[in-house]
Design a protein around this ligand. Structure first.
Ligand code: ADP
Ligand code: MG
Length: 377
C-alpha cells in the first residue's frame, strides 16, 4: 500500500504540523498524582516528532487517553505532556481529544477546530487508525496529510503477510473471545495454510464438536460458526488442556492449587485455562516448518504462572522457527516481552485492534483518509 509520507508534505520550515500520535499510555496513581506507568508509547511517538522538527516544523501533538466520558482529570494528558515536552522541547501537546464527544462522533466542527492554525497533518497513531474519529480521519480531509514513522512501519510489516507471504503461513489465534475474532479467523482462513487455536476460544470450537468443556469460557451460540470454520480442514484444536477446579481462584496472586492435564474433555466442576503439553508439542511442530507466522492472543491465562506454559512454549517455537513472524495484540505482545523473546520476533505490532482489522480487511479508515487527502488535491 502506498501512503503519502512526510517527504510528500514538501518544505516544512516554519510550518505548523498537527500530529495524531498514540499516547494512550497506562497511568497509575502515585502520591495522589497520576503518573505514566509505562512510557513505551511515548518513546514510539518520538521518531515522527523529531523528524518533523529536524525539517523545521512547529509540532502540535494530540491523542486520546483511556475512555473518559467527557472531561475527566483522571485522563488528562498533563502527565504525558510533561514527559514529551522534556524529551522533545518545543512541542505542544493538546488535551485528551476524547474529552470532547465530537471526537468519536467525527463531528466536522471538531475536526476544523483541531486543524485550525495548522498547515499539515501527520497520522502516527496506528493503534487508532481503525477508528473513524475526528482526529484520525476528520482532520485529514482538511489538511495535506501524511503517514508518520509508526504508521509506515506497521503497514510495511503487516503488508508482508497480506501480499504473497512465504509459505507455509501459519496463524496462531488465542485469547478470550471467539465472537471478537470471528471475522479475523474467517479472513485468515482464506490466506493461511493452518490456524492453531488456543486460549478460551478453543473451548467454543471443542464444545461445537460435542466435547465436554466443564466450566470453561464458551460461547455456545457460536457453535454453528465454529463448525463451518473447522470444515475448512485448516483449523487445529488442542488435544489436551490444563484445567483447574472451578472453585479455585485464578490470577497472579492466587493460591497454589495444582491444576490437572486432561485429554479431550474437561470434566464438570473444572475449567480449562491453558493448552496442555501434547498440544504445545504439536503446535511447536507445525511452527517449525512455517515460513510466515501471525500470532494474536495468548494460549492460556498467562497472567497466572500455572497457566503460562502454553503461551511461553508457543512463543519459543515462534522465535526458533526462523519464519517471518508478526505478533499483534496487547496481551500477546506483553507475553512475548515477558518471555524475553521480543528481539527474536520480526515485528511486535503496537496496533491491537487496528492490526487485526488491517489483516482482516487490508485497509483502515485512517489510511484511506491519508490517501484521499491527496486525491482531492
Ligand atoms: P490480545 O490482547 O493479545 O489481543 P486478548 O485480549 O484477546 O489478547 O486475550 C487475552 C486474555 O485472554 C488474557 O487476559 C488471558 O487471561 C485470557 N485467556 C486466555 N486463555 C484463556 C482461557 N482458557 N480462559 C479464560 N481466559 C483466557
Ligand atoms: Mg487484550
Amino acid at each position: 500500500m502506498k501512503l503519502p509520507t512526510i517527504e510528500d508534505l514538501g518544505d516544512l520550515a516554519g510550518r505548523r504540523v498537527l500530529v495524531r500520535a498514540d499516547l494512550n499510555v497506562p497511568l497509575q496513581l502515585q502520591r495522589s498524582e497520576m503518573v505514566v506507568a509505562d512510557d513505551f508509547r511515548i518513546r514510539s511517538a518520538l521518531p515522527t516528532i523529531e523528524l518533523l522538527q529536524r525539517r523545521g516544523a512547529r509540532v502540535t501533538v494530540c491523542s486520546h487517553l483511556g475512555r473518559p466520558k467527557g472531561v475527566d482529570p483522571r485522563y488528562s494528558m498533563a502527565p504525558v505532556a510533561r514527559i514529551l515536552e522534556e524529551r522533545v522541547p518545543g512541542v505542544s501537546v493538546l488535551e485528551n481529544v476524547r474529552f470532547d464527544p465530537r471526537e468519536v462522533a467525527n463531528d466536522p466542527s471538531f475536526a476544523r477546530e483541531l486543524a485550525d492554525g495548522h498547515d499539515a497533518f501527520v497520522l502516527d497513531a496506528f493503534g487508532s487508525a481503525h477508528r473513524a474519529h475526528a482526529s484520525v480521519v476528520g482532520v485529514a480531509t482538511l489538511l495535506p496529510s501524511a503517514a508518520g514513522v509508526t504508521v509506515l512501519d506497521e503497514v510495511e510489516h503487516l503488508s508482508r503477510l497480506l501480499e504473497s507471504p512465504a509459505r507455509p503461513y501459519v496463524a496462531i489465534i488465542g485469547g478470550a473471545k471467539v465472537s471478537d475474532k470471528l471475522g479475523l479467523l474467517r479472513s485468515l482462513l482464506g490466506r493461511v495454510d493452518q490456524v492453531l487455536i488456543g486460549g478460551a476460544m478453543a473451548f467454543s470450537f471443542l464444545y461445537a464438536e460435542g466435547h465436554q468443556v466443564g466450566d470453561s469460557l464458551v460461547e455456545p451460540e457460536l457453535a454453528e460458526a465454529c463448525r463451518e470454520l473447522r470444515a475448512t480442514g485448516r483449523i487445529a484444536l488442542p488435544v489436551d488442556v490444563v484445567a483447574l477446579e472451578s472453585t479455585e481462584p485464578v490470577g497472579p496472586e492466587a493460591s497454589r492449587a495444582e491444576p490437572a492435564v486432561v485429554q479431550g474433555d474437561v470434566p464438570d466442576g473444572f475449567r480449562g485455562l491453558d493448552i496442555g503439553p501434547a498440544t504445545i508439542e504439536r503446535y511447536a511442530e507445525a511452527l517449525r516448518g512455517a515460513r510466515s507466522i501471525f500470532w494474536n492472543g495468548p494460549m492460556g491465562v498467562f497472567e497466572d504462572p500455572r497457566f503460562r506454559a502454553g503461551t511461553d512454549g508457543v512463543a519459543r517455537a515462534v522465535a526458533a522457527s526462523g519464519a517471518y513472524s508478526v505478533v499483534g495484540g496487547g496481551d500477546s505482545a506483553r507475553a512475548v516481552r515477558e518471555a524475553g523473546l521480543a528481539d527474536r520476533i520480526s515485528h511486535l505490532s503496537t496496533g491491537g485492534g487496528a492490526s487485526l482489522e488491517f489483516l482482516e480487511r487490508g485497509d483502515l479508515p485512517g489510511l484511506a483518509a491519508l490517501r484521499a487527502s491527496w486525491e482531492q488535491r
